[in-house]
Design a protein around this ligand. Structure first.
Ligand code: PEP
Length: 260
C-alpha cells in the first residue's frame, strides 16, 4: 500500500458462526480494541439473522456492516432469499459476492456472481467481488486466466468503472479455512496482475480500486501481506471470530495517509 492513497480495509466474515451471546461477547471485547484505529476501514459481515443486532452495536463506532450474500433479484417470489435493498435498509454498506464457498457449495457461476454484483450496486451497497483459483488450477498454471475471467464477467455486465467502485478480494480457494496462507510474494503477484488487468481497461479505476487478500490471514502473518504494494487489506474468516486476533490484523493494516 506504500505510496497509494487507497484507505486500507479489513473485513471480518463470520460465515455461519455465532449466537446472540457469543456475538455480544466478541463485540464487547473487539470494539474498544479497534476504536482508536482511524487509518483503516473496518467492516464486519455477520450472518443475516444478526445484522440488526450487530448494527446496533456499531451505531456509535466507525465500523461498517456487511452481508455475506444477496439475491440477484430485487423482490418477489424468491423464498428464502434476501435482496440488496433489504440489506441497505438494515444499514449494510458492503455485501460479499462470489465467495468461493458460494461458488463451490451453491453452484454460483461467474454470470450469476456478476448479476449479484450488479444487484448490490443497484441497491446502493458496495459489492466485494471474491475471486480466486483452486489448487488444481494453480498447479496447472491457470491462476491469472481464472481470476481474469471472474473479473471479466462482472465488467461485461456493469463496466470497469462500476467494478472499481466496489472492492475486489483475491482469495485463493486453497488458502481459505485451510491454515495455508499464500506467501506475501504469491499474493502480491496475483494482486499485481489484477491491478494491471484493471489498468488495461481504465488506469484511474485501477489506481483507486481496493484489492483485499483473503485466505488464512492470522495475527502473525497479516503485516507481511498488508505491506505488499497492491494489497489493500484483508477479508478475514476464522481469525475474525477472535477479538484479539482480529484487532491485531486490523492494526497491521493501518497506514499513514499519503499527502498529495
Ligand atoms: C473467508 O472466508 O473469506 C476467509 C478468507 O476465511 P479464512 O480467513 O478462515 O481462510
Amino acid at each position: 500500500m506504500t505510496g497509494s492513497n487507497r484507505k486500507p480495509l479489513v473485513m471480518g466474515n463470520w460465515k455461519m458462526n455465532g449466537s446472540s451471546a457469543t456475538n455480544a461477547a466478541l463485540l464487547r471485547t473487539l470494539l474498544p480494541l479497534v476504536a482508536p484505529l482511524d487509518t483503516v476501514e473496518i467492516a464486519i459481515c455477520p450472518p443475516f439473522p444478526y445484522l440488526t443486532t450487530v448494527a446496533d452495536w456499531l451505531d456509535d463506532v466507525a465500523i461498517s456492516l456487511g452481508a455475506q450474500n444477496l439475491s440477484a433479484e430485487s423482490s418477489g417470489a424468491h423464498t428464502g432469499e434476501v435482496s440488496g435493498s433489504m440489506l441497505h435498509d438494515l444499514c449494510c454498506r458492503f455485501v460479499l459476492v462470489g465467495h468461493s464457498e458460494r461458488r463451490a457449495l451453491h453452484a454460483e457461476d461467474d454470470e450469476q456472481v456478476a448479476k449479484k454484483f450488479a444487484a448490490g450496486l443497484q441497491a446502493g451497497l458496495v459489492p466485494v467481488l471474491c475471486v480466486g483459483e483452486t489448487l488444481e488450477q494453480r498447479q496447472r498454471g491457470e491462476t491469472q486466466a481464472i481470476v481474469t475471467a471472474q473479473l471479466q464477467a462482472v465488467v461485461k455486465l456493469v463496466g470497469i468503472q462500476n467494478l472499481a467502485t466496489g472492492v475486489i478480494a483475491y482469495e485463493p480457494v486453497w488458502a481459505i479455512g485451510t491454515g495455508e496462507t499464500a506467501t506475501p510474494d504469491q499474493a502480491q503477484a496475483v494482486h499485481r496482475h489484477i491491478r494491471q488487468w484493471l489498468a488495461s481497461q481504465d488506469p484511474a479505476a485501477a489506481a483507486g480500486c481496493r484489492i483485499l487478500y483473503g485466505g488464512s490471514v492470522k495475527a502473525d502473518n497479516a503485516e507481511a501481506l498488508f505491506t505488499q504494494p497492491d494489497i489493500d487489506g484483508g477479508l478475514i474468516g476464522g481469525a475474525s471470530l477472535d477479538a484479539t486476533s482480529f484487532a491485531t490484523i486490523c492494526r497491521a493494516a493501518q497506514r499513514e495517509p499519503v499527502c498529495p
